[in-house]
Ligand binder design. Sequence first.
Ligand code: BG6
Length: 476
Amino acid sequence: DPLEPFVIVLFGATGDLAKRKLLPGLAHLAESALAPDIRVVGTSLEDLTQDEFRDIAKESVEKYGMHKLDAAQWEDFATKLEYVPQSAGPDALRDACQRARQEISAQSGVPAERVQVLHYLSVPPKAAKSVITMLRDAGLVEHSRVVMEKPFGTDLATAIELNNFVHDTFTESQIFRIDHFLGKEAAQNILAFRFANGLFEPIWNRQFIDHIQIDIPESLGLDQRANFYESTGAYKDMVVTHLFQVMAFVAMEPPTALEPQAISEEKNKVFRSMRPVLPSNVVRGQYVGYRDEVGVAPDSETETFIALKVGIDNWRWAGVPFYLRTGKRLAEGQRIISIAFREAPKSMFPPGSGVGSEGPDHLTFDLADSSKVSLSFYGKRPGPGMRLEKLSMQFSTQETERARDVLEAYERLILDAMRGDHTLFTTAEGIESLWERSAPLLADPPPVKSYPQGSWGPNAIHQLIAPHAWRLPFER
Ligand code: BG6
């Protein structure tokens, strides 16, 4: 279906996320056939001229854009950009939106007052409320939608408070809580893989699966985000949002339909079945040198690393541990979900044949843009006798002509929000369940253990996963 024209109001328009993902993504949407009729009104705490903002946008599109623009496309996109400093107040923002609506109306014929507005709140959690208040004061609530960035609150009480606050102004159908991991092609491929094939679902349970790892180490550090990160830490920045959301795609029951409500219902059931996150099942780490970073307290207890064991108490998963790990300044940047199958019940291969030496059979989803899925299993090594070795079958989008169709996660989700499709967004109820499950850890977090930069985290991660072993690094 053709997309309606939209004004996108980008709050936090000069922040890290806007520069890396949102401005390049909007530029691609505006200059491709995907969303040609958009205007972008950028706003932030910085006092910038129109030209200064366009320069920032140009640099970010050139530096970070997955899809490059040629000179003519950039010139066209630049005419669709406008900047209003937040200090100019609600009236100035309303006027800028009005101008953008009129320009769109002149081109598309849609009456200006009916042109929809998408407010993208790329702001820290504590700023979200003042932005919502500003939108109310500016009268920018009707015919509009609001995209909210994580983390949604910092515990159950603040999440409930934030949800209530937003609901005072916007209805739930206008709210899109974004979790960009769900916008990754590879995350959606988990749904396709599980529910479009008859082959895998029958073995997707405790009888055949031994354990599951969701492992998202990052080699990058804080960049310019010390301020945000100090008050957030790895658990709130990555686990409550991305890792648990992806875990729900892996663990949920088949939904009755591929529709927002049906999918949310199943995901929320997973969250409700999750065992509380106990401090004894968690390793918190901090990289050596973190306390010397600019903007970090010299006695900071913020974790830059976290590994945890999670249980899902239902008929499908009882007794199957889920191991999650993520952190900054680790040895490699990877995003894998690895399903370890149970070993064969009896081995008929002679000792020394190699069976079992390289761990169990695995199915691995790589959440990188290449959307790789691989299955590793034992097979016969050519030559005399019966020696076994690990073989692998692999699929990757990158090796197909479809690679150019891959949408960056944020682009995909912004498009969905403009279409009004909530399928890949999170719900207030789901988020509140996750905070509720997190309460024991938040109340009594174990002290951080230090780990060298470029490692895989503190040594305690091996005890956490024993008798299994972390799948990464692959070359081991
Ligand atoms: C963000 C976190 O949500 O996700 C960052 O705030 C993290 O700390 C990023 O680096 C990882 O996303 P991606 O898509 O690069 O894996």
